[in-house]
Design a protein around this ligand. Sequence first.
Ligand code: AMP
Length: 283
Amino acid sequence: MKVITTIKDMQSEIMNQKALTKSIGFVPTMGFLHEGHLTLIKQARQENDIVVLSIFVNPLQFGPKEDYSSYPRDFERDRALAECEQVDFLFYPSVEEMYPSAPSVKVVVQERTDVLCGKSRPGHFDGVATVLTKLFHIVMPTRAYFGIKDAQQVAVVKGLIADFNFPVELIAVDIVREEDGLAKSSRNVNLLPEERQQAPVLYKSLLEAKNAIETGERHSERVIKQITEMITSESNGLIDYVEIFSYPQLKPLEKLEGTIIVALAVKFSKVRLIDNSIIHIED
Ligand code: AMP
């Protein structure tokens, strides 16, 4: 595995691989790798000749009061894990390498950002779309792998790829969970022990909601109330949002039908967790 820290070196390695007509699977991450990331890497490994993993905690996608500085980082551990997964190139640029000066152009996401994390984190998806535009130009992937854990991100990236005609196939990968159901996240290490014990209620509430919908519930408000009550009574977490939309359009629904997303974000003392369930309603 080669660790590459400059854009120029990364592009020249990619040009060499392209000349050999190799397919390139790309997994963009912010590091502090866990089983969720490794699942994306494994799938990329199976489906491509070359696998590129990027690790970059992108300051553009964090708000001023968010956890950019406390976001967990451990490059040596990540490097060893990437090596085990047979990553070919680990792209690990510095902030100065990615943003040598104040950007003169940024990508602004126009749709699907007035809800869920887009509403709670103004500018977040502009930061995501801007860094991915750069990374797609640097890595030139055949396929890019994203987790459904960040379902709104998947929807936004689909729009970015379509609107800007990136010749990239987006592959969405299911949520990987801890044994107790908590969605794996780099941020989980910032939960206090008591909060870690309570956190599986997020998934439990989503399972209950799914069950209610599958047994005929069609009123969003009732489902949202049920989730809210369960999380509030079984944890100290503060609900940021519990919402239901069509997926991937992220439009409000009068009645639950078609493919929908039930999504939530809950703030604990040092960390905000997200989770979701995508449900296909057939009736
Ligand atoms: P991050 O490092 O948090 O930016 O995540 C990098 C990629 O891994 C994103 O596409 C995430 O959606 C994906 N990811 C993070 N957590 C999980 C998980 N528990 N299961 C599946 N994919 C995940």
